[in-house]
Design a protein around this ligand. Structure first.
Ligand code: ADP
Ligand code: MG
Length: 269
């Protein structure tokens, strides 16, 4: 029998995430070709590139969501601190608990209270927590997500009553509650106004001390502001997506090695 995971000593160590020669297919259509990328512990990695080049697919492979699509298949390895999350001995729930995901459209449970939204993932992942422990966790995660001061007097009100930006921060708090080592974010600000976007960017920068972050963004200024390194994805005419170039963010923007990266970051396409 596995011991239930305790919250008390569950402060996770920072972990690196590494993709090695990851290829992906939907049916017989190949959409990613041997993508390798090291996403270092405690850093923010931005995935940039035009629509349709496989960024979201890559992100879903990083937390074992890709395999939920019936026609989907993949090859390659994904390692969290050298442990392959696709290892046959590792349960999918154990892999996922370490790797949280935040989506483009904020998706809290709208009728559920703010506090229950935060702890919703505990039940799903089999983490046991008493009432006091839960209350502490709600405060801790809402604080980390930069939402505590705005909602501390209405924790029992429904999550659906918050603004879009607040809902997205609630979703970040919810993903933090199971203490992931990695946080994946797929265009988390695309549905938000500029003020909410800046608020989330601040949260991302603060979180990077505790959790390794991978963010897909179409906003080049955002990538420049929040990330330590960038990877430029591209799928040229009918070919599967590849990483054309990756490196420290300042170099990618100021002195890209590949003309296609230069054109993209300068808004040529
Ligand atoms: P991006 O996030 O960079 O816009 P995606 O990963 O969403 O790219 O898509 C990569 C390619 O895979 C696209 O050509 C897209 O049409 C295809 N694709 C994505 N999801 C599916 C799916 N569930 N079934 C079939 N094809 C898909
Ligand atoms: Mg996408």
């Amino acid at each position: 029998m596995k011991e239930p995971v305790s919250l008390v000593d569950a402060r996770p160590r920072l972990a690196s995430l590494e993709a090695r020669a990851v290829s992906a297919w939907f049916g017989d259509r190949k959409v990613l070709d041997r993508v390798s990328l090291l996403m270092p512990a405690g850093k923010v990695t931005a995935l940039i590139g035009p629509s349709g080049c496989g960024k979201s697919t890559f992100l879903r492979i990083l937390n074992r969501m890709h395999e939920l699509v019936p026609s989907a298949s993949l090859a390659g390895e994904v390692l969290v601190d050298e442990v392959d999350i696709y290892d046959a001995g590792l349960r999918i729930t154990d892999a996922r608990r370490q790797i949280g995901m935040v989506f483009q459209k904020p998706n809290p449970f709208p009728a559920m209270s703010i506090q229950d939204n935060v702890t919703a993932g505990l039940v799903l992942t089999g983490i046991k927590a008493g009432k006091a422990e839960r209350a502490d966790l709600v405060e801790e995660c809402l604080t980390k997500a930069g939402l505590w001061n705005e909602v501390k007097d209405r924790l029992r009100q429904p999550g659906g009553g918050l603004s879009g930006g607040q809902q997205q921060r609630l979703c970040i708090a919810r993903s933090l509650a199971v203490r992931p080592r990695i946080l994946l974010m797929d265009e988390p600000c695309s549905a938000l106004d500029p003020t909410s976007t800046r608020r989330i960017e601040q949260t991302i920068q603060e979180l990077a001390a505790d959790v390794t972050i991978v963010i897909v963004t179409h906003n080049m200024q955002q990538a420049a502001r929040v990330s330590d390194q960038c990877a430029f994805f591209l799928a040229e005419a009918g070919t599967p997506g590849v990483i054309v170039e990756h490196g420290p963010t300042d170099l990618m923007f100021e002195a890209p090695q590949d003309q296609r990266t230069m054109d993209y970051v300068n808004g040529v396409f």
